[in-house]
Ligand binder design. Structure first.
Ligand code: PLP
Length: 383
């Protein structure tokens, strides 16, 4: 096999930092490395680049700059939003999430449960979609918050966020969305969607890892989760990570400008799927009938184990991933695919290919040339 080739199909895991983003960040390591809270010019001269970055991130999601709080990552944004559910009203002790949230939500819910908050996890249909009637039925007089993932990181399935947010707004229930995978890939506008809180992450957007943002609609009684020196107008303690914030701002600008490229990405994703379905028997697309992100394909290869496929793809220079988490040597099937009703065997045979703006037709064709042999080899070995 050609091992000198490198094909990256794991953009939902992380993306490459764009050279323009690196370039925008460098002066804030080398020259303007002060603390924005310092009283002298060397520090407070950073206010302007921070404001510009905030404006760019706000523009990407249709928010006002003052509604953006910079955080350390998507996980922190999500934890901070969910934390609010236990703080807004001592009588409201219930929240609603879906069964297919990212672990940043799932694990924080376990933490909330230990603190006495009751959590309803909405089930999804076999195509990964959410029935909003279920949301309606789950609401209780003491429901403080609903939090739903906008686009699923494993399957790319997109939830009807505007409908869910409107439903919650009409009932005075706070609505948060984990839009980490949605921002930059599909239109996300906080005002037209009507969300109260939204989480995003830099490294899914060609900015570095370790920077995120939380949108908090003006008027939402926000309480900080990370408490310290009163930065971010008292809403998030911790000295601002100026270079990374600037990087996120630049990446947000570039994502906005390049939004139309997503149709090219979708064309490549569709080519990948149709070529694989044509050349390999017994393959199913998880979430195929749902509205999906333009870049994501989650495929089940009957009679195989995802980990073995990934190993052989890696040997061929191809990066992809499975939804499975490896715990103490045993492979746990993905909770997302399990919630969609996939058998453990189907879940364990599923691979996620996630394309990005650097993906090429050559990459797709190379994958499609290599994969049939890998699947055949594994099926023969298992027979
Ligand atoms: N939410 C979703 C849907 C994600 O895909 C991820 C990252 O994979 C996160 C949250 C967490 O983001 P971060 O890695 O910035 O903490």
């Amino acid at each position: 096999m050609n091992t000198t080739r490198f094909c990256y199909f794991d953009n939902n895991a992380t993306t490459r930092v764009l050279p323009e983003v690196v370039e925008a960040m460098l002066p804030f390591f080398n020259e303007q490395w002060g603390n924005p809270s310092s009283a002298y010019h060397f520090g407070h001269q950073l206010t302007r680049p921070l404001d510009a970055a905030r404006a760019s991130v706000a523009a990407l999601i249709g928010a006002e700059p003052r509604e953006i709080i910079f955080t350390s990552c998507g996980t922190e944004s999500i934890n901070s939003a969910l934390n609010l559910s236990s703080r807004i009203d001592p009588k409201k002790r219930h929240i609603v999430v879906s069964a297919v949230e990212h672990s940043a939500t799932m694990k924080f819910c376990l933490h909330l449960e230990k603190a006495g908050i009751s959590v309803t996890r909405l089930q999804v249909a076999p195509d990964g979609t959410l029935d909003l009637k279920q949301l309606e039925q789950s609401i209780r007089p003491d429901t403080a918050m609903v939090s739903l993932i906008w686009a699923n990181n494993e399957t790319g399935v997109v939830f009807q966020i505007a409908e869910a947010a409107t439903f919650c707004r009409e009932r005075g229930i706070l609505f948060h969305t984990d839009a980490v995978q949605a921002v930059g890939k599909i239109p996300v506008d906080v005002k037209s969607a009507g969300v109260d809180l939204l989480s995003l992450s830099g490294h899914k957007l060609n900015a570095p890892k370790g920077i995120g943002a939380l949108y908090v609609r003006q008027g939402v009684p926000y309480e900080p989760f990370v408490i310290g020196g009163g930065q971010e107008r008292g809403r998030r303690g911790g000295t601002e990570n100026v270079p990374y914030i600037v990087g996120l701002g630049r990446a947000a600008q570039l994502a906005r400008a390049a939004f139309s490229e997503m149709s090219t990405v979708q064309g490549l994703r569709d080519r990948l799927e149709s070529s694989i379905l044509e050349r390999i028997p017994k393959v199913a697309i998880n979430g195929t009938t749902a509205t999906r992100l333009p870049n994501t394909s989650n495929l089940a290869f009957e009679g195989t184990e995802a980990e073995a496929i990934l190993m052989l793809l890696d040997q061929a220079g191809i990066c992809a991933s499975s939804g499975s988490a490896c715990t103490t040597g045993s492979l746990e099937p993905s909770h997302v695919l399990t919630a969609m009703g996939c058998s453990p065997a189907r879940a364990r045979s599923s691979i996620r290919f996630s394309l990005g703006r650097h993906s090429t037709r050559e990459d797709v064709d190379y994958l499609v040339s290599v994969l049939p042999g890998i699947i055949q080899r594994l099926r023969e070995a298992a027979a």
